[in-house]
Write a protein that binds this ligand. Structure first.
Ligand code: NAD
Ligand code: UDP
Ligand code: UDP
Length: 317
């Protein structure tokens, strides 16, 4: 069946892959984005498709459209972006999510929230399961994002309770791949850009902190599977790759794959930087029949090719 689907944040890294996947399946897609961190480059290849529409709109303001499903991805995701505009970040999560929930309620659409592993903060439980309540600083530099996303989850659950809305919540762990913004400061894009230019690799702290990196295609498949689950499956459900690496291991892997001459530079660790992060994906395995299939090395090779292409096009990037 052909659906009309709204993707907020559709011009961003993940949103653009999601739009492409849904259009590929024959759906009609409305990408709603204010281009705060999104880029035209990510969606330009979709513009010729007559079933693709782009709306430049800030979801903190009301939106009146008709659709069958809404994927709510609008929110800056990289620490340097959300920390540069902290109040805007909380607002998109609280006011923006409220508007999208109000829209879903009016038109009877299913709505999926892209939540985050950041709701677990600097976790004291490892790996993180969905029933862990987290260890979050409410007034630190990451709070606008962490607490904003936690409040959005509360709103989603309460709209279901109060208005019987069809909701889904996924908690996304670190994801990487083509279409990441080259300057958004996230670790995978930073390391690849630095290594391609033979510049020093910036490790914050001693590099012993861990993350688990999921390739974008795997993640998008998880989002779509979640949206299509029966009504009684609402999450929150972790989506991420359970293979955990230290940041130092990531740096070494990137240098090796590129054959770069870069050396490693150790810089101060940012405040409240989580020491370890790894998803327990038992719930996603059982409820969605989902697990990642792309190994870090394979995903890094594709991502390196993307950034290499960007640099060839524009060496001064
Ligand atoms: P991104 O910054 O590339 O994309 C976010 C998109 O939202 C951008 O296109 C931006 O312009 C748009 N946007 C921001 N504020 C908006 C507003 N007020 N109105 C309309 N559009 C707005 O980030 P991403 O990595 O693609 O992340 C997408 C979603 O997934 C985010 O909600 C993020 O919190 C979540 N997430 C991502 C990761 C990850 O590792 N990539 C991890 C956890 C959660
Ligand atoms: N809203 C929207 N589009 C719609 C319906 C509602 O943007 O199609 C917004 C509306 O402006 C409101 C918010 O969603 O601020 C929440 O709507 P809801 O109906 O839940 O709340 P209420 O209007 O009753 O406060
Ligand atoms: N990081 C790093 N060098 C960089 C960028 C990030 O060492 O150039 C570290 C960062 O301190 C964190 C990890 O890599 O421990 C992941 O950072 P990212 O910003 O990608 O995501 P998040 O902290 O939100 O998981």
């Amino acid at each position: 069946m052909k659906n009309r689907i709204i993707v907020t944040g559709g011009a961003g890294f993940l949103g653009s892959h999601l739009c492409e996947r849904l259009l590929g399946e024959g759906h009609e897609v409305i990408c709603v984005d204010n281009f705060f961190t999104g880029q035209k480059r990510n969606i330009v290849h979709l513009m010729d498709n007559p079933y693709f529409e782009v709306l430049r709109h800030d979801i903190c303001f009301p939106l009146y459209l008709e659709a069958d499903e809404i994927y709510n991805l609008a929110c800056p995701a990289s620490p340097i972006h959300y920390q540069r505009h902290p109040t805007q970040t909380t607002k998109v999560n609280v006011n923006g999510s409220t508007n999208m929930l109000g829209l879903a309620k009016r038109i009877g659409a299913k709505i999926l929230q892209a939540s985050t592993s950041e709701v677990y903060g600097d976790p004291t439980v490892h790996p993180q399961k969905e029933d862990y309540w987290g260890n979050v600083n409410p007034i630190g530099p990451r709070s606008c994002y962490d607490e904003g996303k936690r409040c959005a989850e509360t709103l989603f659950m309460d709209y279901r309770k109060q208005h019987q809305l069809g909701i889904k919540i996924v908690r996304i762990f670190n994801t990487y791949g083509p279409h990441m913004h080259p300057h958004d400061g996230r670790v995978v894009s930073n390391f690849i850009m630095q290594a391609l230019r033979n510049k020093s690799i910036s490790i914050y702290g001693n590099g012993s902190q861990t993350r688990s990196f999921c390739y974008c295609d795997d993640l998008i498949d998880g989002l779509v599977r979640m949206m299509r689950t029966p009504d009684d499956i609402i999450g929150p459900t972790n989506l991420g790759n359970p293979n955990e690496f230290t940041i130092k291991q990531l740096a070494e892997q990137v240098i090796e794959l590129i054959g770069s001459k870069s050396r490693i530079d150790y810089l101060p660790l940012p405040q409240d930087d989580p020491k370890q992060r790894c998803p327990d994906i038992t719930k996603a395995r059982t409820e969605l029949g989902w697990q990642p299939t792309v190994e870090l090395k394979e995903g890094l090779i594709k991502t390196i090719a993307y950034f290499d292409g960007l640099l060839t096009e524009n060496p001064n990037l």
